[in-house]
Design a protein around this ligand. Structure first.
Ligand code: SAM
Length: 382
């Protein structure tokens, strides 16, 4: 895929939201730039200008995408840079953090507690965080043009299913921009409280939108959704909330509801994201899988791993002795079709696009660099 032109910092209504404001253990030594004068500004290339008429410096955190760090630029001149690879110091720091996290995993008692009823912790989350809910995700249509297609006036009957819709941060902007009188938007979440929040939203319109409780890794299909009927499935920061043991079931359920040729629009956390690196002791459930302070779970994906999952390569899952509920060890290499240890179902999806979206956030006052990393993809039902 082409690198996304815009990205979102409003990834999730979660404790991580404020990461950019917090300090990181990574301090970098670089020279402080001289303040720009207006005359200097006029001659600067747009990605470095501070002139509001001329620049790509934006204060709104939801619209980035065009500020590339180039040779000679001062990292601390702006709050954020797009498509930046992590530097060696950060990589080293991350590996140290991961080793520290692995050495102090969540206790078996707590693993069982968190894995046994994850919806309970999301219900608490939606009870406790009402103030942070609604974001205007201006980036949605730009990143997923199919949303523009299904919401045009003459698109005809179209069905969109959002999985793990939460408070409706994705669903309501879609509804607000919709011109298609024949659109049906199903917004599902396994948290009853999240569904209540959506149903009580001022813009909830039961003609066009249906919010329901649904577990994407369960046995049933969503209420009112039949097999092979959905045009687009949206999965925005939901897959990371599942345990690796649930991935296959979720992928198969999405496959069931989609029409042949239907698309999955996917965005989620990437391995090495600041949110992962910052986890302290006692949060590690298993490799790349953590428990947040509020009891919600989060996984950080590798690009190849996502490509394998959505291509139908389901890896060996070996429940460990320490924790039989929701814990697993997965192999990291694709498994051959006939491997007794793994399954391959090549009939599921084509991975049409899959990219890594990186951004460097800068705390200019503290001279700190912080890296965010998201995965974004489009998968098509065969
Ligand atoms: C990080 S939040 C993202 C919410 C929303 N997609 C957004 O971007 O604002 C993850 C959501 O996934 C939901 N979720 C977690 N596991 C789920 C499951 N098995 N089935 C359906 N929803 C689930 C949670 O309740 C939560 O609302």
């Amino acid at each position: 895929m082409t690198a996304p032109t815009t990205t979102a910092v409003d990834a999730v209504p979660s404790p991580e939201l404020d990461l950019a404001k917090q300090t990181s253990a990574l301090t970098v030594q670089e020279t402080i730039p001289e303040p720009d004068t207006e005359a200097q500004d006029a001659q600067l290339p747009p990605h470095r200008s501070h002139d509001p008429q001329h620049n790509m410096k934006r204060t709104d955190p939801f619209m980035f995408g065009s500020r590339y760090l180039e040779e000679g630029d001062d990292v601390f001149e702006f709050n954020a840079w797009d498509h930046v690879e992590t530097d060696d110091a950060y990589k080293e720091y991350s590996e140290q953090q991961f080793a520290m996290q692995r050495a102090s995993p969540v206790s078996d008692f707590d693993k069982n507690r968190f894995n046994a009823d994850p919806a309970r912790f999301w219900n608490l989350f939606y009870k406790n965080n009402t103030a942070n809910f609604f974001k205007n995700r201006k980036w949605l249509h730009q990143e997923f043009p199919v949303l523009g297609t299904v919401t045009t006036e003459d698109a005809g009957p179209k069905v969109v299913l959002e999985v793990g819709a939460g408070a409706g941060n994705t669903a309501f902007p879609i509804l607000a921009n919709n011109k298609n009188p024949k659109l049906k938007l199903h917004a599902c979440d396994f948290s009853k409280k999240a569904v209540e929040v959506m149903r009580s939203h001022a813009e909830y319109n039961s003609e066009m939108m249906q919010a329901d409780v649904w577990d994407v890794a369960g046995e049933e299909l969503p209420p009112g959704v039949k097999e092979n009927t959905v045009d687009v499935v949206l999965m925005i920061f939901i897959f990371s909330a599942l345990s690796p043991l649930q991935w296959e079931k979720a992928v198969r359920n999405i496959h069931r509801v989609l029409k042949p040729g239907g698309a999955v629009c996917f965005r989620d956390y990437g391995r090495g994201d600041l949110a992962q690196v910052r986890f302290k002791k006692g949060r590690y459930l298993e490799e790349n899988f953590y428990i947040r302070g509020d009891g919600t779970r989060v996984y950080f994906f590798e690009k190849d791993e996502l490509a394998r999952i959505w291509s139908g390569v389901f890896e060996t899952v070996v429940p460990t002795d320490e924790n039989k509920v929701g814990s697993s060890k997965t192999t990291s290499d694709p498994l051959p079709q006939d491997s007794p240890a793994g399954k391959v179902d090549s009939q599921l999806f084509d991975v049409e696009e899959l990219g890594v979206d990186r951004r460097m956030l800068v705390n200019r006052a503290k001279r700190l660099k912080m890296y965010r990393c998201w995965m974004q993809g489009r998968f098509r039902k065969k």
